[in-house]
Design a protein around this ligand. Structure first.
Ligand SMILES: Cc1cc2nc3c(=O)[nH]c(=O)nc-3n(C[C@H](O)[C@H](O)[C@H](O)COP(=O)(O)OP(=O)(O)OC[C@H]3O[C@@H](n4cnc5c(N)ncnc54)[C@H](O)[C@@H]3O)c2cc1C
Length: 403
C-alpha cells in the first residue's frame, strides 16, 4: 500500500511517521518550499504527546518545549477562580507540552525526513486528484502526477482536498473574535511551567512559557489576547494567515482594564518583536470526510477555534486512528472506519469551542462577579466550575484517568 498525504503540517507529518512505523509506505506532499519557524505557541495535550512518545519524540519535545505543570484560570484582576495540575502532574502517563509551533513543526519534519527520505517532498502543492477502481492520481502544481492507493487531505484550514470533496462547503466561519499573539523573553512567572488564562467577558489573555529565555532567569513567554470585535459572520477579516502582522496599538487597549499583580500586559505586548493577528475561525462540521480512497485529517477535516489546546492534538489523534486502520484493513474500509470513529468526536469539539470551550469558566464567573470577588466559593461552587472545565476534558478525550 502507498498512501499519499497532501500537507506536511503537524497532522500530515505525524501520520506519515505512524504509517512508516506500521510498515505502510507514505509520501508527504507539502506545498511550502521550505520549512520556516512559523506561528507562535501551541499546546500538545497528554493523549497526543503519548502518540509522539511512541514515535520516539519525547527527547526532542523536551529539548524544544516546556512540560506544562499547572493551568490557572483568573479574572481580569488576577484572582484565581480555578487551578488544576496538568499532564503527568494530573495523573496522566504522558506530559502536556507548551511549545513554539515552528519548533514543533521543525522537529516533526526532521523525524519524518529520517523515516521517509525522498518521500517527504517540499514545493509539492496538490492541485487536484482523480480516483479509479485501483487507486488515486494526484496532480501537483508543476503539472506532474503521482499515483497511490489512498489520498489523505492533511492540507490545513484552506484544504484543496476538502474543497474538491465538498465544493458547496460554506467556507470559513467567524464568530467575531479577533486574536493577537506574540512571544518574548520575559522574567519567569511562578514555577516557569504554569499556563494561565485571565480575563472577563470583554477580553482574555493567555500566557504560557514555550522555551528558554534570553537569560537564565527568563522564559520565552507566549501571549495571546482575544476579544470580540464584531458580530458573528461568515467572512473573517482577511485570509486566515498565521503570520500576518498586527499594529501593537490595536492590541494593548484590549487589555487596558486588566490589573494583574504579576504582569503588565501592555508592557509585555510592547516588548514583543512582533504581534500577529489571526481571527478565531473554523468551519461547520462536515457530514462526511471520505469518498472511496480519499479522506481528510486535522484542520482540513475539522478546523476548530484554538481554545482548549486541541487543534494539533486532535490532528495527532486522527493520525493514530487512521494509521491503525490502514495497517489493519484494505483502503476503502479503513478510511470508512477512521471516519466513523473520528468525525463525531471532533465535530463535538468544534461545537464546544464555538461557545468558549473550557475558557467559558472565566465568563461564567465574570457574569456573576464582574468586579472580582473575595471568596470564589460565594460566586460559584466547585461543582459548577468543574462541570465546565472537566466536561470539556472528557469531551476532548483527556480527562484524568480514574485509578
Ligand atoms: C504556518 C502556520 C502557522 C501556525 N501557527 C499556529 C500557532 O501559532 N498556534 C496554533 O495554535 N496553531 C497554529 N497553526 C495551526 C496548527 O498548526 C493546526 O491547527 C494544527 O496543528 C492542525 O494541523 P494540520 O496538520 O491539520 O494543519 P497545518 O498544521 O495547518 O498544516 C497544513 C499543511 O498543509 C500544507 N498545504 C496547504 N495546502 C496544500 C496543498 N494544496 N498541497 C500540499 N500542501 C498543502 C500547508 O503548507 C501546511 O504545512 C499554524 C498553521 C500554519 C500552517
Amino acid at each position: 500500500m502507498h498512501v499519499l498525504i497532501a500537507g506536511g503540517g503537524i497532522g500530515g507529518l505525524v501520520l506519515a511517521q505512524m504509517l512508516a512505523a506500521r510498515g505502510v509506505a507514505a509520501t508527504v506532499l507539502e506545498a511550502a518550499r521550505e520549512v520556516r519557524p512559523l506561528g507562535v505557541g501551541i499546546n500538545l495535550l497528554p493523549h497526543a504527546v503519548r502518540e509522539l512518545m511512541a514515535l520516539g519524540l519525547l527527547p526532542a519535545l523536551d529539548e524544544a518545549g516546556i512540560r506544562t505543570r499547572e493551568l490557572r484560570y483568573l479574572n481580569h484582576l488576577g484572582q484565581t477562580l480555578w487551578a488544576e495540575p496538568r499532564g503527568a502532574w494530573a495523573g496522566h502517563d504522558a506530559p502536556q507540552f507548551s511549545i513554539h509551533r515552528g519548533q514543533l513543526h521543525a522537529l516533526l519534519w526532521r523525524a519524518a525526513a529520517a523515516r521517509l527520505g525522498e518521500r517527504l517532498r517540499s514545493a509539492a502543492s496538490v492541485v487536484g486528484f482523480s480516483e479509479d477502481a485501483d487507486g488515486v492520481e494526484v496532480t501537483l502544481g508543476d503539472g506532474s502526477r503521482m499515483r497511490g492507493d489512498a489520498l489523505i487531505g492533511a492540507d490545513g484550514i484552506h484544504s484543496t482536498v476538502r474543497a474538491a470533496l465538498h465544493p458547496a462547503d460554506g467556507g470559513v466561519r467567524w464568530q467575531g473574535i479577533q486574536m493577537w499573539r506574540g512571544a518574548v523573553s520575559w522574567p519567569t512567572l511562578w514555577d516557569g511551567q504554569t499556563m494561565c488564562i485571565a480575563g472577563d467577558t470583554r477580553a482574555k489573555l493567555v500566557l504560557y512559557p514555550i522555551g528558554a529565555g534570553a537569560k537564565p532567569s527568563e522564559r520565552l513567554l507566549n501571549w495571546v489576547v482575544y476579544a470580540r470585535q464584531a458580530d458573528a459572520g461568515p467572512a473573517p477579516p482577511g485570509r486566515q494567515d498565521w503570520s500576518r502582522e498586527a499594529p501593537r496599538g490595536v492590541v494593548t487597549p484590549q487589555v487596558a482594564h486588566f490589573r494583574l499583580p504579576f504582569i503588565d500586559p501592555a508592557a509585555l505586548i510592547t516588548a514583543s518583536a512582533m504581534a500577529s493577528e489571526y481571527p478565531m475561525c473554523d468551519r461547520d462540521p462536515l457530514p462526511w470526510w471520505t469518498r472511496g480512497r480519499v479522506t481528510l485529517l486535522g484542520d482540513a477535516a475539522h478546523p476548530m477555534y484554538p481554545v482548549g489546546s486541541n487543534g494539533a492534538s486532535q490532528a495527532i489523534l486522527d493520525a493514530r486512528c487512521l494509521a491503525d486502520a490502514l495497517a489493519a484493513e484494505p483502503v476503502v474500509p479503513a478510511l470508512a472506519a477512521y471516519e466513523a470513529e473520528r468525525l463525531p468526536k471532533t465535530a463535538a469539539i468544534v461545537a464546544s469551542n464555538r461557545v468558549g470551550g473550557p475558557e467559558r469558566v472565566i465568563d461564567f464567573v465574570a457574569e456573576r462577579a464582574p468586579q472580582g470577588f473575595t471568596d470564589i466559593d460565594q460566586v460559584a461552587s466547585h461543582e459548577e466550575l468543574a462541570a465546565i472545565v472537566g466536561g470539556y476534558a472528557t469531551l476532548a478525550g483527556f480527562a484524568v484517568p480514574r485509578t
